[in-house]
Write a protein that binds this ligand. Structure first.
Ligand code: ATP
Length: 348
């Protein structure tokens, strides 16, 4: 278990980490998300005592990092795969780590085998590809067979087979009851790997909740419905008091009504339907929705004619941090369209 309490880090006038309090629990993969510059790496460095907090504390299974006798036996981490002595062979790099943490030499061969680097064990790591470097970093994290593992962008540079491997590795480590804390910008990957999420923006805690809850709270779910009798479908829906919005591809989108209710309504009016499908947003959409107000570095999209939605306050739900920065309105366009339709109906 990793416990953060009031953790803050200031660099000059920049508050990189702002009063973070959360617990990373064993038995599951916890994803650590945040836009660029949100403070993820700084937080992870403080967890490993590589940076001193300005205030607050981190406890690793109840102890400060400095109190751990052989740290690699308690917490293994992959932070920066390039942060190793390139002149050393993969084997010697791991051997040095093992010897400084009282880990038996035999474990070096074991972890090299686990990460698929046995064949290059005697090669200097400076000749390694990005993916090989990541694998060596992961071998270092696994070396002490620790109960807690932390990975910063572990799939960076890995090929599809490598990504699949690390995903299964993290899940199996968590299934063994270990604490697994992982940051990644690859949302699709995170959605497949993490069960719980901690999200930060501008150094502040924005969410500490389950993956399912996070997506549910930060996305719009609706039903796509289409019929060859478009106008009649619209009339049927309107007469039932249901607002539908026409999507750019000509389908109708209905918010807040179950697909089964819509199907029964269509059947009652002998309407042929070509599509009736409930839609749920992805983790990526939910993440962008929550963090839209806290993104520091973003490209301008004026060249493409795309415009961002105006921010509206998020609806706070369970697990959401008080005072989290405002998110852009996921349903703002939808609400506008609903108003327009009402106005058209009133002849405005
Ligand atoms: N050593 C440092 N000195 C000064 N400022 C720093 C230092 N390290 C980080 N920062 C600043 O602190 C903020 C948080 O940086 P950090 O690298 O922790 O973010 P991150 O969430 O890991 O970002 P990314 O996703 O881009 O890796 C940034 O504004 C960064 O510029």
């Amino acid at each position: 278990m990793i416990e953060l309490e009031g953790l803050s880090k200031r660099y000059g006038d920049k508050l990189a980490v702002d009063d973070l309090t959360f617990t990373v629990r064993p038995g599951m993969v916890t994803g650590f998300l945040g836009p660029n510059g949100a403070g993820k790496s700084t937080t992870m460095r403080m967890m490993l005592d590589l940076d001193n907090p300005t205030s607050g504390s981190v406890r690793i299974d109840g102890k400060h990092y400095a109190q751990l006798t052989d740290p690699l036996r308690s917490i293994g981490a992959l932070l920066d795969a390039k942060a190793m002595h390139g002149g050393r062979t993969a084997y010697n790099h791991l051997l040095c780590l093992a010897q400084s943490n009282g880990i038996p030499t035999a474990r070096v061969g074991e972890v090299l085998e686990m990460v698929g680097l046995s064949g290059v064990a005697k090669k200097r790591s400076k000749g390694f590809s990005l993916g090989m470097g990541q694998r060596l970093g992961i071998a270092g994290a696994l070396l002490g067979d620790p109960e807690i593992l932390m990975f910063d962008e572990p799939v960076n540079g890995l090929d599809p087979e490598g990504i699949h491997w690390i995903r299964n590795l993290m899940k199996s480590l968590a299934a063994q009851g270990r604490t697994v804390f992982v940051s990644s910008h690859l949302m699709s990957e995170m959605a497949l790997t993490a069960e719980h999420l901690v999200v930060i923006g501008q150094g502040r805690l924005m969410a500490d909740t389950s993956m399912a809850e996070f997506i549910r709270e930060n996305s719009r779910s609706y039903v796509r419905i289409s019929s060859p009798e478009y106008e009649r479908l619209l009339d049927v829906l309107e007469s039932a008091g249901i607002t539908a919005v026409t999507a750019s591809d000509g389908h109708l989108e209905v918010d807040g009504v179950a697909a089964s209710t819509l199907g029964e309504l269509a059947a009652e009016h002998r309407l042929v339907l070509h599509e009736l499908s409930p839609q749920q947003a992805s983790l990526e959409e939910a993440f962008m929705q929550l963090t839209a107000g806290s993104v520091e570095y973003h490209a301008h999209s004026s060249a493409t004619g795309l415009a961002a939605e105006a921010p509206i306050p998020p609806e706070a739900g369970a697990g959401y941090a008080e005072g989290a920065p405002p998110a852009a309105g996921w349903g703002a366009g939808w609400e506008r369209e609903r108003e327009n339709r009402k106005n058209r109906k009133r002849g405005l």
